[in-house]
Design a protein around this ligand. Structure first.
Ligand code: PAF
Length: 282
């Protein structure tokens, strides 16, 4: 049966005996509202480690929009059921006061990774992510931590944070899980109306089609193809589509510029911001 832990102290005590016995610990940081994408991270952690801790905490410091924070889906009971089924041992669900007994004034700098794509659109977002993920790393001291490739920029920034803080934690990136129609799974999908959800499938469709298109077209033309295709649907609006080097996240201008090329998109669908990405080269 999964054990729900709400304080850092309780968590450290619970994990101590495992650590002393030389057991490995995997951490899956989440903000709850769990879906099959999260389940895939948990399965991977359960497979790789003796103990899996899943954190379930909607982190206020990474929201630059109060409404977005308020509307973020919260489904703790269903989350615990899913985690129990997947074989995680602990769910760490602290209060805001527990994680932030005082304001966290730490300012991270991940230049240039945090200066592109989501960075300018969501001021303070990645700083907030780094604040909470570093706190979770200090609380759990995991051997490995698992993040989805859907949040491609976040994953790159967390790898950089681990490097800057000299932490001995292996960061494991896991592939995007998609619905049958190609839509990338996201907790935010729950916020879409039925009609919006159907419309949103055109985002991944355009990305997949662009992979075929890219074989015979320049990078600039492929970028334009994705933007124009998605924008051609009433109700979808591309915020950005950048084709970048998968390690530095800096835009590249031709297909030979790197051996690892990824296209990252953010699209507005009604009130919901949806993100997705596709690998052209790896
Ligand atoms: O990806 C998320 O759900 C969040 O950004 C994370 C990593 C759990 C930090 O709050």
């Amino acid at each position: 049966m999964i054990q729900v832990v709400t304080t850092v102290r309780e968590l450290k005590t619970a994990l101590e005996s495992y650590r002393k016995a030389g057991k490995t610990i995997g951490l899956v940081p989440t903000m709850g509202a769990l879906h099959e994408g999260h389940a895939s991270l948990v399965r991977r952690s359960v497979h790789d480690n003796d103990v899996t801790v899943v954190s379930d905490f909607v982190n206020p410091t990474q929201f630059n929009d109060k409404n977005d924070l308020q509307n973020y889906p919260r489904t703790m009971e269903a989350d615990c059921k899913l985690l129990d089924k997947e074989g995680a041992q602990f769910v760490f669900a602290p209060s805001v006061e527990e994680m932030y007994p005082e304001p966290d004034n730490r300012q991270f700098d991940f230049t240039p990774l945090d200066k592109v794509m989501e960075g300018p659109s969501r001021p303070g977002h990645f700083n907030g992510v780094a604040q909470i993920v570093s706190k979770l790393f200090y609380a759990v001291e995991p051997d490995r931590a698992y993040f989805g490739e859907k949040d491609f920029q976040q994953l790159a920034i967390i790898r950089e944070m681990v490097r800057q803080l000299n932490l001995k934690i292996e960061i494991v990136g896991c592939p995007i899980v998609r619905e049958e129609d190609g839509m990338a799974l996201s907790s935010r999908n729950m916020l879409l109306s039925k009609a919006e959800r159907k419309l949103a499938a055109n985002i991944s469709r355009a990305l997949f089609e662009s992979r075929r298109y890219a074989r015979q077209h320049t990078l600039a033309s492929t970028r334009k193809y994705v933007i124009d295709t998605v924008n051609s649907f009433d109700g979808l609006e591309v915020e950005y589509y950048e084709i970048v080097d998968g390690n530095t996240l800096q835009p590249v201008d031709n297909w030979d510029a790197s051996s690892y090329i990824v296209g990252c998109v953010t699209v507005r669908c009604g009130k919901v911001r949806l993100i997705d990405n596709i690998k052209y080269k790896e």
